[in-house]
Write a protein that binds this ligand. Structure first.
Ligand code: GLY
Length: 344
């Protein structure tokens, strides 16, 4: 898969349509020194819905762009895609039909992070999270404050509830209670739930690391519910001395284990990315409350992790077999099978 100049131009047009007015960002602090003789290679890993995005991010890294700008450009594709109902424009709404978005990002070379949660009306929360990082002394803004900040930064509001997501929400609402005054549809259409999200992590040839996660969160959530994606250390984490990790899936399970931080810490202790992610998943299982366990003691939900090490090793891992993740390196963009703890 190659990304043409046209793709970049289209993305710029989409960002403009979403109301984002690019500004010159302040210069980053001096990057951390590299160990003598360090030899790395650029790699981008993401959740499977990031297949288009990993190529975009990789090409940008090869062109010399900052790794955080590169992965944010990668996830912007899903944020602006109305057909991805797990994130940004077209994301499935909360129980009142309002799309509330969460995102966080981290920049390894300068040890900075930014996040927004319960953000309404702005399609690209990843860019707002980066603006929090670049322009404020804070790490996280939420709710109306995050919205005010985004508007002050030049992001324009739009209605994020697409017609398809509105109809899915109405079907969900109609079927909630057989005794209410909403008539249930008599079709056998499956009600779609998602804890889908996009996480993307990158390392450059110089060993600089960045990570970003963005989501519309759990479909039909209680208004104000915040998942793992905007929590630094849960939805994503990076440390320029070690690598980066991020997650998609049931955020509540992830928050309790600070899972992305934990995965990076396991890598710091010397584990390869795959083993670090499997150890992290074991911790998730150990921390699962009984009501969420099946009779065989395994979780009723799934959770996916993605990681890169500073030297370019990478992995994806899921609780149950069959998961895939996106990767792009010198062999091009592709989906690879994730490691797993349990057969499906
Ligand atoms: N991992 C996305 C969420 O739970 O909100």
């Amino acid at each position: 898969m190659s990304v043409s100049r046209r793709d970049f131009v289209e993305r710029a047009a989409l960002l403009a349509a979403a109301g984002f007015v690019p500004r010159p960002f302040p210069p980053a602090a001096a990057p951390a020194p590299r160990p003598a003789g360090f030899r790395g290679r650029p790699v981008v890993v993401a959740s499977a819905n990031g297949l288009r995005g990993v190529q975009v991010a990789y090409d940008r890294i090869l062109a010399g762009e900052d790794p955080l700008d590169a992965v944010i450009a990668g996830v912007n594709i899903q944020e602006l895609d109305p057909d991805d109902q797990s994130v940004g424009l077209g994301g499935l709404p909360n129980e009142e039909g309002v799309v509330q978005l969460d995102a966080s990002c981290m920049h390894g070379p300068t040890k900075r992070a930014g996040a927004v949660a319960s953000l309404e009306g702005i399609a690209t929360p990843s860019l707002v999270a980066k603006a929090v990082m670049d322009y404020t002394d804070h790490v996280m803004l939420v709710g109306p404050g995050a919205g005010k900040f985004a508007r002050a930064m030049g992001f324009k509001e739009q209605n994020l509830l697409t017609e398809k997501s509105r109809q899915d929400w109405m079907r969900w609402k109609a079927r909630l209670n057989p005794n209410d005054f909403w008539l249930d549809h008599d079709d056998d259409l499956k009600i779609k739930f998602t804890t889908g999200t996009i996480n993307m992590n990158a390392v450059t040839a110089a060993g600089d690391v960045a990570s970003v996660t963005t989501t519309s969160g759990m479909a039909y959530k209680i208004p104000g519910r915040i998942g793992d994606s905007p929590i630094v250390g849960a939805g994503q984490y990076c440390d320029n001395l070690v690598g980066a990790a991020g997650s998609t899936g049931r955020g509540e399970a992830n928050i309790k284990t600070c899972a992305s931080f934990l995965a990076v810490e396991f890598m710091r202790q010397g584990l390869a990315p795959r083993d670090a992610l499997l150890r992290t998943l074991e911790r998730v299982v150990a921390m699962t409350e009984p009501r969420l366990l099946r009779p065989d003691g395994r979780p009723k939900f799934d959770l996916e992790f993605y990681a890169i090490a500073k030297d370019g090793r990478y992995a994806g891992a899921t609780l149950y077999a069959g998961g895939r993740f996106a990767v792009c390196d010198e062999r091009g963009a592709r989906l690879e099978e994730a490691a797993h703890l349990f057969p499906r």
